[in-house]
Write a protein that binds this ligand. Structure first.
Ligand code: ATP
Length: 628
């Protein structure tokens, strides 16, 4: 009996020892999650499924995690299936016996290939009942198919996946079809995933001795407050481990073999696996900096306006560059890769360096604005075809020759960084830095930074409370941007969740958009403003084309908005925009940070203006409700 049944509904799946885990169990769990609104309930469904997996076939935990997330491996590896929408529609048509034109028409109406495939297939009569699909086989098929390259690759991919499709039934068909397009449509993020795993393992520790194993429930042995306490600490452990090493490939086997109790000892920084970076708090002036850092020694550094580059050198000599968002930017920066080893002293065997890659004019030896950097090719750049040169400004060192440095104070990390770097003008340099707590000197240094085409200053504690805080927006790092000095402090990074059809000159495009912040505690997107300013004609066209593929028939259950701001088209979350505004105000219509300042009113932006698309951020990295 499967542990994730919905109350009242009979969902019994036959399973005997020695069998692999039926994919139907996962597909039904996903369907139950999709039908449920409350986040805690959704987490509970998935964790109940995980508990069964832990007891019955723990090797299936890893493929299960990836199939829930719609991924083929760690997010930063960016593995893609390589089957476009056209081919996916054709495949669904073939398997269900409907014409591709009909499927396309349904897509235009419903917008969800999963639902279309499921209902088309359920009306089909099968002569023979195919063998049941297993979680492992389905996952392995997708991974295998993603690796097919070369001539007729798409056709070979579709041929391979056809077997799984034909054998699928009911909910299985829905989620296989969604996997084809890489969109599971259950709105399940990383935060919830770690909680579901944490809850499952805390309730049902893996590798029990008893036979036959039972789905024990630890929560029944403890008082509810003691269990909650235990759960909180286990989830926190798991999250810490995941931030240091955001790879389920490494974490999940540890979880089912050893539990969560000692996970931090077993998971360490390792070159080649991106680390979630430390982030800074905005401040509105030097006074605030001095106030916050009272009693601390601190360093001021130029804040360069480029793209964060976490550069890894592994023991085998491989160099990787990861973005702020743990995306593999190695293919974007062949120039950094080619030079990196030459920029280090010869005794460096492995390291992880935090830096900013900045567009640089080598003729006049000057930094260029971010807009120039954004014209570089994003993937597969060729060294001899690069037109925009970059200079790397190194500002931190997280790992050196087999040892993690994150617990050392910044002063010591910086010393080590200085010892290993070989600077070369216009190619590789240490971030310009001054250790001072004097107001006039900080002001002078800020002016110098702005003159040198930087965004302002980063101000960092040096000795006490100065460790590197993986994945945290820490008060040990403050940012002082030149823009803060006029207007509202920082810009915001917001997610478009809807579009208003344009009129007049904007007919055929969107005239405005509904933007949202992200609230990680409730895992919802809360509307913060409508925006119609700051778009060039080129951007209007770009947005219209981009969102065509992201329109959904109705808002997601995790969008929070008031009907007075309802857009003409709803979008799934797909992009992040940087937006500037003149002020913040309390709003009866917008829901951002609702309940934090006032119970019934949220916060909205006054005079919002579009600045740019933030390609280096996922929707979940958008400005949060608490930041607002
Ligand atoms: P956040 O990352 O805080 O959400 P953001 O991505 O919009 O916001 P900023 O507000 O511009 O980034 O500030 C932090 C970023 O500044 C870092 O992620 C890094 O890319 C960049 N940066 C430039 N110079 C430095 C420096 N000297 N030290 C640390 N970060 C720097």
């Amino acid at each position: 009996k499967h542990a994730c049944w919905k109350r009242g509904a009979k969902q019994v799946i036959k399973w005997k020892f020695g069998m692999t885990l039926p994919y139907l169990a996962l597909a039904r769990t996903l369907a139950a999650m999709e039908d449920t609104k409350g986040r805690l309930k959704v987490i509970e469904y998935l964790s109940n499924y995980f508990r069964s997996v832990l007891v019955l076939t723990p090797e299936d935990l890893l493929p299960s995690v990836y199939l829930v997330l719609g991924q083929l491996g760690p997010a930063w590896e960016g593995a893609e299936l390589g089957v476009g929408e056209g081919a996916a529609i054709k495949l669904v048509a073939e398997v269900t016996g409907r014409s591709a034109a009909k499927i396309r028409q349904s897509m235009a109406e419903i917008g969800d290939l999963g639902q279309i495939a499921e209902s088309s297939k359920s009306s089909q009569k099968m002569m023979f009942k195919p063998a049941a699909l297993s979680v492992r086989n389905v996952y392995e098929a997708f991974v295998r198919v993603s690796k097919l390259k070369g001539k007729d690759a798409v056709k070979r991919k579709c041929d391979d996946l056809k077997t799984a499709f034909v054998a699928s039934q009911k909910e299985e068909t829905r989620f296989i079809a969604r996997m084809l397009l890489g969109k599971m449509r259950i709105g399940f993020g990383e935060e919830s995933m770690l909680q579901a795993i944490g809850l499952a393992v805390t309730k049902t520790p893996p590798l029990q001795e008893e036979y036959p194993p039972s789905i024990m429930d630890n929560s029944k042995k403890l008082s509810s407050s003691a269990f909650d306490e235990l759960l909180k600490s286990q989830v926190a452990r798991l999250k810490r481990a995941y931030c240091e090493c955001p790879s389920y490939d490494l974490i999940i086997p540890l979880v089912w073999q050893k539990g969560i109790d000692h996970i931090e000892e077993n998971v360490q920084l390792s070159p080649g696996v991106p680390v979630k970076p430390m982030l800074a708090h905005p401040t509105k002036g030097i006074e605030e900096v001095l106030q916050r850092f009272q009693g601390h020694t601190f360093a001021c550094e130029f804040k360069y306006d480029g793209e964060r580059a976490q550069i890894h050198l592994s023991d085998d000599g491989t160099v990787n560059v990861f973005s702020r968002n743990q995306e593999d930017n190695t293919g974007k920066y062949p120039d950094i890769i080619a030079r990196f080893k030459g920029s280090l002293k010869s005794d460096v065997k492995s390291c992880i360096m935090d830096s900013e890659a900045v567009a640089f004019d080598t003729e006049i030896q000057s930094i260029l604005p971010f807009q120039v950097l954004s014209t570089r090719k994003k993937k597969g750049a060729e060294l001899d075809k690069i037109t925009v040169q970059v200079c790397v400004y190194a500002f931190d060192l997280l790992f050196l020759n087999g040892e993690s440095l994150v617990r050392l104070p910044f002063k010591e990390r910086r010393e080590k960084l200085r010892q290993i770097v070989v600077e070369k003008e216009g190619e590789f340099a240490l971030a310009t830095c001054r250790d001072t707590g004097n107001v006039d000197e900080i002001q002078e240094f800020l002016d110098e930074a702005v003159k040198s085409k930087c965004e302002g200053l980063m101000i960092k504690t040096l000795e006490e409370e100065a460790s590197y805080e993986i994945s945290k927006r820490s008060l040990k790092w403050l940012k002082l941007k030149k823009d803060y000095l006029d207007g509202v402090g920082d810009t915001l990074d917001l997610v478009p969740i809807g579009g208003f059809l344009g009129k007049g000159k904007r007919t055929g495009f969107y005239g405005g958009f509904l933007l949202a912040v992200y609230d990680p505690e409730n895992e919802e997107y809360q509307s913060i403003c409508k925006i119609g300013t700051g778009f060039t004609d080129e951007y209007l066209e770009k947005h219209a084309t981009f969102f065509k593929d992201h329109v959904i028939p109705s808002p997601k259950s995790y969008y929070r908005y008031d009907s007075s701001v309802e857009p003409d088209h709803w979008f799934e979350v797909a992009q992040v925009w940087e937006v500037k505004c003149a002020d913040l105000s309390l709003s009866p219509n917008h829901q951002a940070a609702i309940g934090r300042v006032e119970a019934e009113r949220g916060i909205s932006l006054r005079f919002p203006r579009f600045l740019k698309i933030r390609d280096d951020k996922n929707p979940e990295d958008a400005t949060t409700a608490s930041q607002v």
